[in-house]
Write a protein of this length. Structure first.
Lengths: 242, 487
């Protein structure tokens, strides 16, 4: 039902009753609380009941990908216990969701935010308005591990006033890669320079993505270069009603 | 040298960056078109993976069948435990023929074991006949790509090289055809006079004893047919059980590597044929670490590789640092999982980290090698087997894991991060801020905000740990404030 998203804003009452546990991720919790608040805003606007299990900490993705699987195991176990019993766990991080899904075979229903909105709620228009020129960096893990495809773009296109512009070389990695950004800082920076150049070429005011970590990387260079272009998590645009 | 150090050097080479960027972008686009033409591409990949997995699971049996079939067809089979043993075998055969030159078909296995250098030590000059390998050899350079070893060189550089070496005193001009002609004239004389050729193998069919080499130039075909003696050095993982398996790989390989629908020169031979081609055929079966790789169930699929180089062409790291930064015959993503496994983790401990785990390699691999997962596995092995538990990184990781293990410690760590101290801050800062800004930690974490907001009834009290099954307790879903009951 490709048009379902267009209609639901007026009938969002129908969506009420979906009980959602937010897995905000340690990264957003500590450094980017605005992303978590935005997810809550969007989900509640659509009639969901959001819960935030305060026992949650970190899913262990950083450890696992850095070669510390043993340390990650305890954190994964904790994740499973904290979120057991929820029908739907929603997270604004494609890479953490991919990690949890791959490593906990009997994981609770963990959704990346755009998957939850488009697939579970059947929504594309979340009632946002954001009158800015925006470009989307489709992150590697959202594309290739989760396969969320064009869900972020579909959600963005339904935002009122937005001017969504295509990013050249969009599917190419920004060079973050967790500890890669530090261990292989030179190579990471070479990749980032190309990504930043493509972002600047779009003349966008905002670069968005479904993962805060990639955005911190891209945003760190946009800020260092005093480009005036800012980064916003997709959820923050979907929450906007300016 | 670590990958990091080698990469720092190559990243600074503007010409290399430009040459590689253009070449990989071109071949990426071509490959995508060539693959899109095949409606059952995914089924072919599945078949390729299954055939390779089966061949490796039954490797001893397949190799014995291969040996018997090659011998029955008049070939001689040699077994080499390592590179040195294989090199000795090849050198002995060449010297028996009384030649001081051999011509070579492009072969990664012989590069891996340093055959050319070993032959030079006993006074035998190995002449590379693949155009790109010739360029690398003449320049005293190192290969930078599996398929296109001179991908880091552009036309002007190659022309200048030839004018210094095989076409001295000539002006070759800017036409690619004239530059190639110089190589052709040089090589033809060798094809017609050198009595021994050395090749690798793309495939070996256990069922029939047939060896296969695929190439694009025809120079390989010259080597395989004109000399009196042919020696093939083959990694034991190249064996395929049945003739019909070629059907799958001759579709997968050309489209993945050169983006061609069909491979231009596919040479298949079985032992010796009186009156046709070489009169003597030797097959050297090379282990050189392969059985060690086989012993690791997670790392094993690295041996499925058919050397197409699609993973190099899509890799954003490879595209920027080039093949030489990997300091191995096998560069790029496949090299990052193959080199440390073949030569030992201690030989290349930084390679498993030479990737962002972006997954582009896995997506294009014609035999579906899950390179990112094997990289993570090798990282774990390096951490476990090669690194000190007291290394700063190990301590930081342990510190973070401990901090994240309970809610109280986690929230304390968040407070410290806000002050710019503690394990969270320590893990994030070094190496980052040299090149990128780091956001100031906000005054309030998300959970601070959550605890103080006016929440719908569903939120648990701030300090109570939810009882294990609290979430599972059935309760009428509390409607959100602004919702209406569904009709």
């Amino acid at each position: 039902m490709p048009d379902a998203g267009k209609r639901d804003h007026s009938n969002r009452g129908r969506l009420c009753g979906v009980r959602v546990a937010l897995f905000v991720t340690c990264f957003n919790d500590t450094l980017f609380p605005g992303v978590g608040r935005a997810v809550v805003t969007v989900l509640e606007r659509l009639g969901c009941t959001v819960e935030f299990p305060l026992e949650q900490t970190c899913c262990g993705q950083l450890h696992c990908n850095a070669g510390y699987g043993h340390e990650a195991a305890g954190l994964l176990g904790r994740f499973g216990r904290v979120f057991a019993g929820y029908d739907a766990v929603v997270s604004p991080s494609a890479s953490c969701v991919a990690h949890v899904r791959e490593r906990i075979p009997d994981a609770p229903h963990v959704y990346e935010l755009t998957e939850f909105l488009v697939d579970r709620l059947g929504v594309e228009d979340v009632g946002a308005s954001f009158a800015h020129r925006v470009t989307l960096h489709p992150t590697c893990h959202s594309l290739r591990l989760l396969g969320i495809g064009d869900r972020p773009a579909r959600l963005l296109r339904a935002v009122r006033g937005i001017e969504l512009v295509q990013l050249e070389g969009a599917r190419e990695c920004c060079g973050f890669g967790g500890t890669f950004a530090i261990k292989n800082a030179d190579t990471s920076m070479a990749m980032l320079s190309d990504k930043v150049r493509h972002v600047l070429d779009t003349r966008a005011e905002v670069c968005t993505a479904a993962d805060t970590s990639c955005l911190m990387h891209i945003g760190g260079a946009l800020s260092r270069g005093r480009t005036g272009v800012r980064v916003m998590h997709l959820a923050e645009i979907l929450a906007a009603t300016e | 040298m670590s990958f990091q150090t080698a990469a720092r050097e190559t990243l600074a080479d503007a010409q290399l960056r430009r040459n590689l960027g253009q070449a990989t972008a071109l071949i990426r686009a071509k490959r995508e078109r060539a693959v899109a033409e095949v409606p059952d591409w995914e089924a072919l990949r599945d078949a390729g993976e299954a055939i390779k997995a089966h061949a490796l699971a039954t490797l001893p049996e397949q190799l014995e069948r291969l040996q018997a079939a090659v011998a029955a067809a008049g070939g001689v089979v040699h077994w080499a435990r390592d590179g040195a043993e294989a090199n000795r075998i090849v050198a002995a055969i060449a010297r028996e023929q009384g030649t001081d030159e051999v011509i070579k078909v492009k072969s990664l296995a012989t590069d891996e074991i340093g055959l050319n250098e070993a032959l030079a030590d006993v006074g035998v000059h190995a002449i590379e006949t693949d155009l790109a390998e010739l360029i690398v050899q003449l320049a005293g350079d190192r290969q930078s790509h599996i398929l296109v070893p001179a991908i880091h060189r552009n036309r002007a550089e190659i022309r200048a090289l030839f004018e210094r070496t095989i076409a001295q005193g000539q002006s070759l001009g800017d036409e690619a055809s004239a530059i190639a002609e110089a190589a052709r004239l040089h090589l033809r004389a060798k094809f017609l006079s050198v009595p021994v050729a050395v090749s690798g193998a793309n495939f070996a069919i256990a069922e029939t004893g047939t060896i296969g080499v695929v190439e694009s130039e025809g120079n390989g075909r010259m080597c395989l047919t004109l000399p009196r003696v042919l020696i093939t050095v083959m990694g034991i993982e190249k064996v395929l059980p049945a003739w019909e398996d070629l059907d799958v790989f001759l579709q997968l390989l050309p489209r993945s590597s050169t983006a061609e629908r069909m491979n231009p020169y596919t040479s298949l031979w079985t032992g010796v044929t009186p009156g046709d081609g070489p009169r003597e055929f030797h097959l050297v079966l090379l282990d050189a670490g392969r059985t060690d790789v086989l012993a690791d169930p997670i790392g094993r699929p690295a041996l499925h590789c058919i050397r197409c180089s699609a993973c190099l062409n899509v890799c954003p790291v490879y595209e920027r640092v080039g093949g030489q930064a990997y300091e191995s015959v096998y560069p790029g993503p496949i090299g990052a999982i193959l080199t440390p496994q073949l030569h030992g983790l201690h030989a290349a401990p930084s390679l498993p980290w030479a990737s962002t785990l972006c997954g582009a390699c896995y997506q294009v691999c014609p035999v579906k090698i899950d390179i990112p997962s094997i990289l993570v596995h090798l990282r774990e092995r390096v951490v476990r087997e090669e690194k000190s538990r007291l290394a700063p990184e190990a301590l930081a990781m342990k510190g973070l894991a401990t901090a994240f293990a309970t809610r109280r410690r986690y929230e304390t760590a968040q407070r410290l991060a806000q002050l710019g101290r503690g394990p969270l801050a320590k893990a994030a800062l070094p190496g980052w801020t040299a090149m990128r800004d780091l956001p100031q930690p906000p005054r309030k974490t998300f959970r601070d905000w959550w605890k103080t907001r006016e929440t719908p009834a569903a939120a648990p009290p701030p300090d109570a740990a939810p009882p294990p099954n609290a979430a599972a307790t059935p309760q009428p879903a509390a409607p959100a404030r602004d919702s209406e009951p569904a009709p």
